[in-house]
Design a protein around this ligand. Structure first.
Ligand code: GDP
Ligand code: MG
Length: 762
């Protein structure tokens, strides 16, 4: 079978073409580095099957990045029958830089000029025949998005012939050296791509230096004699040649459009406005998704208008005298449907034995409903994120935050997942795919739960409310500080991880700013469906199983007796879970909610465990458990759980420091099962995933203990700050010793439209 590889710059439309050719639905994004591994598919429209391989996007064939290594090795070692070099016609010069390198190889090449629809729309004139003659390989104009020209392209690829490799460095001072090394390498009969290898060797490519030790001395001697920096010269000459011979094929109708995007970038990546606009957009997204007071119409709507004879109508759309945001409306309507459906199913078991009824209703259906309630939020947040990504805005955000994030050892791309974490960890973790370095990704996934999600907010407000009631503090201030505390823990954890187990240079910022695009409806929908189906699959397997387990532990005693409810109050004191709670209690003593709370202290531990299902459960479990303690039902819906927390405070004597430590513990410990399942899916291997779980446990124990110590004995603050500072200094010192120089500049930006310097990777 014929094998054809797709190679090209990041963002040139490889994946779009791959999908169009093979009917696959791989993720397309206006974001460099979306394809990080190669992907295979079949093209079937020409009688015989042609295997298509989508390679990661690359700027050059030097092994600077993992993507470049993958693509280079594939072409050199697996010898495809033809390489289709996809060239973004709107960024001709930059894209052809790679082409000049591919031409030096022996492999047959067809150039696919993509984005021709944009060229046409702009009224630009591209002389295809002239370009084809200049390049010496077939050139086919296509539009991957509009599915134009792909059949013609594949015909060319099928007929592509072996050709003589050629280089644009013919007329340069390097020519004699190239010839000399080529002759030397030709002695070795086995070696293909001789011209390519010798030029890469002169470029001082690491892989080539290792493979051809003998010839390296020739390059070194040449450099000494002529004082030429060969690597820089090769890059320069390539661009000079492109400008003189290829770029002339394109006549732009008006430069206006380019200027428009440059103008936009001047504002969007501005030192001040860039950030302001970003926070405004962020606020808008969160407002649209989570707000229960849409457009701040709060006071304007009278509850009477929306109830009919005392019965509220339009429930879910309007609430508390305000309009809900679209996100909340969809969530409410969806949850109402689920509730209605599950109500019917649950009703079938009304006359069954109590344990079965409880199992179906409180275990199975309640668990499923809790998981499914994530769906609308995930969908909506993802929709916004993929729009931001597809338009090209996300690349600008990553750019402006890169400098700040570099200080902590992460790239600017980590920002978005972290911010999404304030909404929900599940989509946030999945969104880390835009981080290319695996260690960076793992680090980010681990700290995402520290950015307290929407479901943790009730824990914060209930406990803050109870503390405020008892000790007269400001509840909002407590809640807000808890958010800041989460961020602080995240930063400390990032610095420590990136200095120890999760080392590695963060991605040098050689990402070009992609052009602004209108997002494609179809690809967005594909992406959405992909994520959702993933989540639904997990909801029905691992998450559900875990929930049933917790239900079982909460409803059965150690001698397998089902615990019946007394007047709506569950006597959980005798449950297996309570037993475990008692058992675990000593462990939590340093955290402030262990043995010092006496015989009722296990309630906090059980509540934290129930939070593993969904963090919302912590407060509803508080309600259940507080009811056991005081012997009367407590409605947590009515006051957000303040009464329940107060009841637990009274019967356990927990201190304010202990309560704050409890919040911190819940914020930083293992997140809900949905997030855990996502973290598992996004981990490269089992080991990393297990360490992630361990990390969360250790982080939460340390963070909560620290807070408890500081809250109980203020002078411990100094000791703790000293310990953290010492740890960071030691890591810095140890790492400082064996740090390589890296010669890229922070925030290096390559944007052809903005300046004339062409060195994207230096
Ligand atoms: P890759 O990084 O090379 O795989 O590029 P993608 O396939 O992910 O495409 C990058 C962006 O370019 C996406 O927003 C695509 O919708 C867009 N795109 C791809 N091909 C075309 C095209 O022919 N015309 C236009 N207008 N946009 C395209
Ligand atoms: Mg791609």
């Amino acid at each position: 079978m014929i094998k054809v590889a797709l190679a090209g710059n990041p963002n040139c439309g490889k994946t779009t073409l791959f999908n169009a050719l093979t009917g696959a639905t791989a993720h397309v994004g206006n974001w460099p580095g979306v394809t990080v591994d190669k992907r295979e598919g079949l093209y079937k429209k020409l009688g015989e099957d042609i295997k298509i391989v989508d390679l990661p996007g690359i700027y050059s064939l030097s092994p600077y990045t993992p993507e470049e290594v993958i693509s280079r090795n594939f072409i050199v070692e697996e010898k495809p029958d033809c390489v289709i070099n996809i060239v973004d016609a709107t960024n001709l010069e930059r894209n052809l830089y790679l082409t000049t390198q591919l031409l030096e190889m022996d492999v047959p090449i067809v150039v696919a000029l993509n984005m021709m629809d944009v060229i046409e729309k702009n009224g630009d004139k591209l002389d295809i025949e002239k370009l084809q003659n200049a390049l010496g390989v077939p050139v086919v104009a296509i539009s991957a998005l509009k599915k134009q020209g792909s059949q013609e392209l594949m015909l060319e690829a099928l007929n592509a012939k072996k050709r003589e490799p050629k280089t644009v460095l013919e007329g340069t001072k390097l020519k004699p050296l190239i010839d000399k090394i080529t002759d030397e390498l030709k002695q070795n009969e086995e070696l293909d791509n001789v011209l390519y290898h010798s030029i890469k060797l002169i470029e001082e490519d690491e892989i080539e230096i290792k493979d051809h030790k003998l010839q390296v001395t020739m390059v070194e001697e040449f450099k000494k004699e002529t004082k030429i920096d060969t690597e820089a010269m090769i890059a320069d000459e390539r661009y000079k040649y492109i400008e003189a011979n290829y770029s002339v094929c394109l006549k732009k109708a008006n430069e206006g459009k380019v200027r428009k995007s440059v103008k936009a970038d001047r504002v969007l990546t501005h030192k001040v406005f860039g950030f302001l606009i970003f926070f405004a957009i962020l606020f808008a997204i969160f407002h649209l998704t989570f707000s229960e007071n849409f457009l701040f119409l709060g006071g304007l709507i009278d509850d009477d208008w929306v109830s009919f004879e005392g019965v509220p109508i339009l429930e879910g759309i309007l609430g508390e005298g305000a309009i809900n945001s679209p996100g909340v409306i969809v969530t409410n309507l969806f949850n109402n449907c689920v509730e209605w459906l599950f109500g019917i199913i649950g009703g079938w078991f009304e006359n069954s034995p109590t344990w079965l009824n409880s199992f179906v209703n409180d275990g199975l259906l309640a668990g499923l409903a809790a998981v499914l309630s994530f769906l609308p939020l995930i969908m909506i947040l993802f929709l916004f994120m993929s729009i931001l990504e597809d338009t090209g805005y996300m690349a600008r955000v990553a750019f402006i935050f890169d400098k700040i994030f570099k200080k902590f050892g992460l790239s600017g791309r980590a920002l978005m997942p972290m911010i999404m974490g304030f909404g929900c960890s599940v989509p946030a973790m999945a969104n880390t795919r835009t981080l290319q370095n695996q260690n960076e990704r793992t680090t980010t996934i681990r700290v995402i739960p520290f950015f307290s999600c929407g479901a943790k907010l009730p824990i914060l407000t209930a406990i803050a409310g109870a503390i405020a009631l008892r000790w007269g503090a400001n509840a909002d201030l407590i809640t807000f500080s808890m958010y800041l505390l989460g961020i602080t823990v995240a930063i400390i954890a990032i610095i420590i991880m990136r200095g120890t187990t999760m080392k590695g240079e963060s991605q040098p910022f050689i990402m070009e700013l992609p052009d602004y695009h209108k997002p494609s409806f179809k690809s967005t929908m594909h992406l959405l469906w992909h994520k959702l189906s993933h989540f639904i699959k997990k909801a029905f397997t691992i998450i559900l199983a875990s929930q049933i387990l917790v239900w079982f532990l909460l409803n059965f005693t150690f001698d397998w007796q089902f615990i019946p409810a007394h007047e709506g109050v569950l006597d959980v004191d005798s449950s297996i879970l309570a037993g475990f709670g008692h058992l675990l209690q000593p462990i939590f003593t340093p955290l402030g909610f262990g043995n010092q709370l006496g015989k009722n202290g296990w309630v906090f531990i059980v509540a934290a465990v129930s939070g593993l299902i969904a963090k919302e459960n912590v407060i509803s479990t508080f309600g259940t458990l507080a009811a056991c303690l005081v012997g009367a039902a407590i409605d947590v819906e009515a006051d957000g759980g303040v009464e329940a927390v107060t009841a637990m405070m009274t019967s356990t004597g927990i201190t304010a420091a202990g309560l704050i430590a409890f919040i911190v513990f819940n914020m930083t410990t293992i997140p809900c099962f949905a997030a855990v399942a996502t973290a598992k899916g996004e981990s490269p291997d089992k080991r990393t995933y297990h360490f992630t779980l361990l990390f969360w446990i250790v982080a939460s124990v340390l963070a909560a203990t620290t807070i408890y110590l500081i809250g109980s004995w203020w002078w411990t603050t100094f000791i703790i700050i000293a310990v953290i500072a010492l740890a960071i200094i030691i890591i810095k010192i140890i790492n400082g010793k064996n740090k390589d120089d890296n010669n890229y500049k922070d925030g290096d930006l390559f944007d052809v439209s903005k300046n004339n310097s062409h060195h994207c990777c230096d």
